[in-house]
Design a protein around this ligand. Structure first.
Ligand SMILES: C[S@@+](CC[C@H](N)C(=O)[O-])C[C@H]1O[C@@H](n2cnc3c(N)ncnc32)[C@H](O)[C@@H]1O
Length: 383
């Protein structure tokens, strides 16, 4: 098992992720003969050996999934020894540093190894990560974890104070990542670690004063294209809203310019009060059409095709009394289709004859806020 390579079946000694729910996961190192207690009952490790990753596994009172480890799952399950970087920032860092298989990366500090796991997965199998940590125990534990996770061949962990002693790497790196209290103290050394043709640097700092100082030092060291970002995650909860079906008498509902208006039939079947538009095939109408197709609505011209094919099933409503020469297309609620749509996975439909539901989403009230600023810069040439 390796965080950088995938395989199908679980073996003794593998690190696996037990998924009992979105906020209930466990990391487990498989040891034949051991037992792990879950909220669904005991799970014998031997029961997992030979099973396919991704399998559903039954305990006495329920089931769980046994997943192949990934850096993303590790990030949400790892034992915290420090503050860590999460996948929102990590994915942005990976893209902005232009990391790929074969990249040589320098990182400090290693901390809990959250970012390190993702970097390694990205740069393997031909790249290498040089990670520096001045806390003795943290450096040791990180190296042990890389070993257990089958990725030690892609990483060198060095126990060192980089602010004091620098990286001592001579023009080998494509990218440098700094998560340090005083990143400006190592920028000169980072420049020496970057390849002669230059490369990218990123510094993560929680405070804007740190960012300002880092930017000044980057500029004075010849780095250009400085950009600072803050990644904020915005979660949305999917909700089902139930509303009573409006009783509008003999009239129909007409979707008009994105809003619902009443299609009154009092004028002997002639439309009043509605500005009609011909189908010119503009972009905005296409968007309306997509919405209509996806949401139980249909345009009048579509309805006419239905009507001519089976007159006996024709539904009499206000629109049937309209001028048949009209070439206009107006989206209308297809009540019948709406009422036949009762499934939970539908976006819009009726659960009974009196109300209808639609799926929508709203941002959650509590969301993770500021973690830090990410400052990126480029060096085009390093002497
Ligand atoms: C916030 S943690 C890094 C977390 C890491 N990015 C992760 O995702 O798990 C910062 C680490 O930098 C280390 N550190 C601080 N100053 C250092 C220095 N001068 N040299 C090396 N490591 C240092 C700290 O010991 C700490 O473990």
């Amino acid at each position: 098992m390796s965080f950088a390579k995938y395989k199908s079946n679980i073996e003794n000694g593998d690190t696996v992720m037990l998924y009992l729910g979105f906020d209930n996961m466990h990391t487990l190192v498989i040891k034949d003969g051991d037992t792990f207690q879950t909220r669904y009952g005991a799970l014998r490790h031997s029961h997992l050996i030979g099973k396919q990753y991704g399998s559903r596994v039954y305990c006495k009172k329920g089931y769980l999934y046994v997943l192949h480890p990934t850096p993303e799952l590790w990030t949400v399950n790892l034992p915290h020894r420090t503050q860590i970087l999460y996948s929102t920032d990590i994915s942005f860092i990976t893209m902005q540093l232009d990391l790929r298989p074969g990249s040589i990366v320098v990182e400090s500090g290693t901390g809990s190894g959250s970012l390190s796991h993702s970097i390694i997965r990205t740069i393997a199998p031909t790249g290498h990560l040089h990670t520096f940590e001045f806390h003795d125990q943290r450096a040791k534990v990180a190296a042990e974890e890389f070993d257990i996770h089958g990725i030690s061949e892609y990483v060198t962990v060095t126990h060192r104070d980089v602010c004091q002693d620098g990286f001592q790497l001579d023009h080998i790196a494509d990218a440098v990542f700094l998560d340090l209290p005083k990143p400006w103290e190592v920028i000169d050394s980072a420049k020496g670690a970057l390849k002669h043709q230059g490369g990218r640097i990123c510094s993560f700092s929680p405070c804007i004063e740190q960012v300002q100082r880092t930017c000044n030092t980057l500029t004075s060291n010849g780095f250009v294209e400085l950009k600072t970002f803050e990644c904020l995650l915005r979660n949305h909860d999917v909700r089902t809203v139930n509303l009573p079906l409006p009783d509008l008498g003999p009239s129909d509902l007409v979707l008009h310019d994105g809003s619902v208006t009443i299609n009154s039939s009092t004028d002997n079947g002639k439309q009043n009060d509605i500005t009609e538009e011909t189908d010119t095939g503009t972009e905005s109408e296409k968007t309306d059409k997509d919405f209509i197709d996806a949401n139980c609505l249909k345009t009048e011209s579509e309805e006419q095709i239905v009507d001519t094919s089976d007159k006996s099933k024709r539904k009499i409503d206000s629109n049937d009394l309209r001028d048949s020469n009209s070439d206009t297309k107006r989206p209308r609620f297809d009540k019948l289709k709406l009422q036949n749509t009762r499934h939970d996975f539908d976006l819009i439909g009726c659960k009974d004859d009196k109300s209808f539901f639609f799926k929508t989403s709203a941002p959650t009230l509590q969301m993770p806020g500021h973690t830090g600023f990410l400052t990126f810069a480029t060096l085009y040439h390093s002497n």
